[in-house]
Design a protein around this ligand. Structure first.
Ligand code: ATP
Length: 259
């Protein structure tokens, strides 16, 4: 079964096309990485899924289906409801997801209250479970975001998303702002989550070592157009397109032999 299916997606601004006739799908329990050079349209594609495109960019053709349902046929309110509850974004800018002077527990409680009918006691249990899952101690509940390190803050934003049990995580450079140890820790948590909950993950990353390790499938995008797509192992070890070969050759640990 497919969680996310993007078909013929075309995004345009006044300056012209940003993404053209693009497609990608994320299966149940799968992590699909979207890779390509800076400015190739990765973030715009991911923002289109959650109805988060800037006002200067519009969807001019194509469809985005979530669990078989076209998202483009839903109202703004319906899409807003899906976002957060069923489709969660984890971004590089984790600090913006938290209000600095409100304790973590209170912020997570507000999120849970908005999206569930759990009583206060159950909400607290759920929050503590999410903190534990992201390997944060219970006392984080009473801490303020400004008292946390970058790695801890990204784990809190992950905890906030996963306690709502979304079906799809959209992760745009989730570990770019973190050191290698914290980045690996976050990716391990995400990977476990995928195994345990069968959620789908759309991962946008410049770090091809992470893509190699954690993604099941890869799609390569260049100037808004699909270059090639397939299982990670195949794309990284035997890319069919010259552009992909160039992209991979730039990463020393992935360097491929010219064919
Ligand atoms: N607000 C905007 N209005 C119009 N065009 C935009 C806007 N923001 C970005 N773009 C254009 O959309 C194109 C794709 O940008 P996008 O952010 O999706 O690239 P990306 O592949 O995610 O790059 P990076 O890896 O650097 O984040 C770029 O050419 C960019 O100039």
């Amino acid at each position: 079964m497919t969680i996310l299916e993007i078909k013929g997606l075309t995004l345009a601004s006044e300056q012209g096309y940003i993404v053209r006739n693009f497609e990608l799908s994320v299966g149940v329990g799968m992590c699909h990485a979207l890779i390509g050079e800076s400015g190739s349209g990765k973030s715009m594609t991911s923002l289109a899924i959650g109805d988060l495109l800037p006002s200067s960019v519009r969807i001019s053709a194509g469809d985005i289906r979530f669990l078989g349902r076209s998202l483009l046929s839903l109202s703004t309110v319906q899409r807003e409801r899906l976002r957060g509850k069923e489709i969660a974004y984890i971004l590089q800018e984790y600090a913006g997801a938290l209000t600095p002077f409100i304790p973590i527990g209170k912020q997570l409680d507000e999120t849970l209250r908005a999206h569930s009918v759990l009583d206060r006691k159950l909400r607290k249990e759920c929050i503590l479970q999410a903190l534990e899952y992201t390997r944060l101690p219970d006392h984080m509940y009473d801490r303020y975001p400004f008292q946390l390190s970058g790695g801890q803050m990204q784990r809190v934003s992950l905890a906030a998303a996963l306690m709502l049990k979304p079906k799809l995580f959209i992760m745009d450079e989730p570990t770019t702002a973190l050191d290698r140890t914290n980045a690996i820790e976050i990716l391990r948590i995400i990977s476990n989550l995928k195994e345990q909950t069968s959620c789908g993950i759309l991962l946008i990353s410049h770090d091809l070592r992470n893509v190699k390790r954690y993604a099941d499938d890869v799609t390569v995008i260049k100037e808004g157009q699909l270059v090639e797509s397939g299982p990670t192992q195949r794309i990284l070890s035997a890319p069919a397109q010259a552009y992909t070969k160039r992209l991979l050759a730039a990463v020393p640990s992935l360097r491929i032999r010219p064919s």
